[in-house]
Design a protein around this ligand. Structure first.
Ligand SMILES: *[C@@H]1O[C@H](CO)[C@@H](O)[C@H](O)[C@H]1NC(C)=O
Ligand SMILES: *[C@@H]1O[C@H](CO)[C@@H](O)[C@H](O)[C@H]1NC(C)=O
Ligand SMILES: *[C@@H]1O[C@H](CO)[C@@H](O)[C@H](O)[C@H]1NC(C)=O
Ligand SMILES: *[C@@H]1O[C@H](CO)[C@@H](O)[C@H](O)[C@H]1NC(C)=O
Ligand SMILES: *[C@@H]1O[C@H](CO)[C@@H](O)[C@H](O)[C@H]1NC(C)=O
Ligand SMILES: *[C@@H]1O[C@H](CO)[C@@H](O)[C@H](O)[C@H]1NC(C)=O
Ligand SMILES: *[C@@H]1O[C@H](CO)[C@@H](O)[C@H](O)[C@H]1NC(C)=O
Ligand SMILES: *[C@@H]1O[C@H](CO)[C@@H](O)[C@H](O)[C@H]1NC(C)=O
Ligand SMILES: *[C@@H]1O[C@H](CO)[C@@H](O)[C@H](O)[C@H]1NC(C)=O
Length: 314
């Protein structure tokens, strides 16, 4: 038997020479639609006995899921990335300074929340290669009316501090926000509005309404004249796994008296939907020929995945 003191000394010696990897996310939690940026940095402090040969960043929805590689940087500074061009990847691998790899998204969506791993390949004496990893979980929240005014002010002052208050830059930011979070429907008719389908699954009616307002619009108030054109465009928009698409209209008092919350005007669609407790919002049911059905406002997706449709007057 070894004396236990020797074991302790060995453990301590090992942990002193062990290199450390830091994986940081800013912000720690994405406020979907409101966070204008998500930055993930993997940092490897300089170590006299080891040098970095490559840094990899992986992502998945959770620790139990299969990871996919987002980006990699090697000793020659070569960056390999599978990320779209709205994302920036940068980094340094240095022998006598800290090394790092940074991935940055603009207007991150729920898809960017989840589990991240940084895996660093290091080589030490006699070209012995080994790996150090660090993980980090990025959370997500969805905005509600409660904080919307405050968040809009923050977003606006962020843009102003970065670009000054030129409206052109504001427009660019708006267009980026629009294209990261929404898909514009291709209507064949002569609608005076644009209809944008969110990419954000399972939002409550209130969250959906906030996102539509951030766009300068509102939850779609579909008229009978445009209904077929819109449902046809939704069919071809390639969202096979979606069950419900939330639209405007609610019977808040639960009496079957359907109206638009925005202006308390009666529903344009002629639907005969009886009052049903806890089913106070409306959606297209993709599994029933896009018929308009009642659903829960707080949990539209209780019977599957939901998206929502915004309308912007042009
Ligand atoms: C993860 O990868 C394994 C092996 O490649 C595969 O069998 C499994 O189906 C994958 N799981 C998921 C959830 O994609
Ligand atoms: C991204 O790249 C594609 C083709 O590589 C290009 O068509 C598209 O305009 C680019 N988008 C942005 C926002 O730069
Ligand atoms: C990455 O490392 C380089 C060189 O050590 C340093 O100049 C830079 O500030 C670091 N970047 C981040 C995001 O830590
Ligand atoms: C880090 O990457 C190496 C090489 O790809 C792999 O062998 C190792 O299992 C990874 N480590 C972890 C903890 O994922
Ligand atoms: C993530 O890292 C922590 C320590 O930083 C570790 O305790 C945990 O086991 C890691 N999780 C996984 C799934 O590897
Ligand atoms: C922003 O606009 C206001 C007037 O709308 C102007 O007085 C101010 O100088 C502008 N600031 C910058 C940084 O452009
Ligand atoms: C709209 O049409 C354009 C060009 O035909 C196509 O690239 C795009 O994917 C279509 N969008 C939708 C949501 O169907
Ligand atoms: C609405 O539909 C019902 C039958 O479903 C019909 O009796 C009624 O006249 C319609 N109302 C309008 C305004 O079209
Ligand atoms: C949406 O919620 C339903 C259950 O409420 C769930 O089955 C589904 O996987 C969720 N969809 C997404 C994309 O998270």
């Amino acid at each position: 038997m070894f004396p236990s003191g020797l074991v302790v000394i060995l453990v301590l010696t090992f942990s002193v020479t062990e290199s450390k990897v830091d994986l940081l996310a800013t912000p720690e939690t994405i406020a979907v639609g409101l966070s204008s940026k998500l930055t993930l940095t993997c940092n490897v402090p300089v170590n006299p006995t080891m040098h970095v040969s490559a840094i990899h960043i992986y992502h998945s929805a959770g620790p139990e899921h299969n990871m996919s590689q987002l980006a990699r940087i090697d000793l020659a500074g070569r960056i390999v990335s599978s990320l779209p061009n709205m994302t920036s990847v940068s980094g340094h691998v240095l022998v006598n300074e800290d090394s790092n790899l940074t991935v940055e998204w603009v207007f991150p969506t729920s898809a960017q929340a989840g589990y991240y791993v940084c895996n660093v390949s290091l080589s030490g004496a006699h070209a012995h290669i080994y790996h150090e990893t660090q993980n980090h979980t990025v959370g997500k929240t969805k905005p509600d009316f409660v904080n919307i005014i405050q968040e809009l002010r923050k977003l606006r002052s962020f843009v102003e501090s970065k670009f000054g208050n030129q409206s052109e830059k504001w427009t660019q930011t708006y267009e980026t926000f629009k294209s990261t979070h929404f898909i514009k429907l291709n209507l064949t008719g002569s609608s005076t509005s644009d209809y944008l389908l969110s990419k954000e699954p399972n939002s409550t009616a209130m969250q959906s309404d906030v996102m539509c307002h951030l766009l300068g619009g509102y939850l779609a108030e579909v008229s009978p004249r445009e209904e077929q054109d819109i449902t046809q465009a939704l069919r071809t928009s390639g969202n096979g796994r979606v069950d419900l698409i939330l639209i405007g209209g609610s019977d808040v008092d639960g009496t079957g008296n359907w109206m638009y919350m925005r202006n308390e005007l009666p529903l344009k669609l002629n639907v005969s939907l009886p009052a049903a407790p806890g089913q106070d919002c409306l959606a297209f049911d993709t599994k029933a020929s896009f018929r308009v059905v009642q659903t829960s406002c707080s949990n539209p997706s209780s019977s599957g995945t939901s998206l929502f449709l915004c309308q912007i007057d042009t």
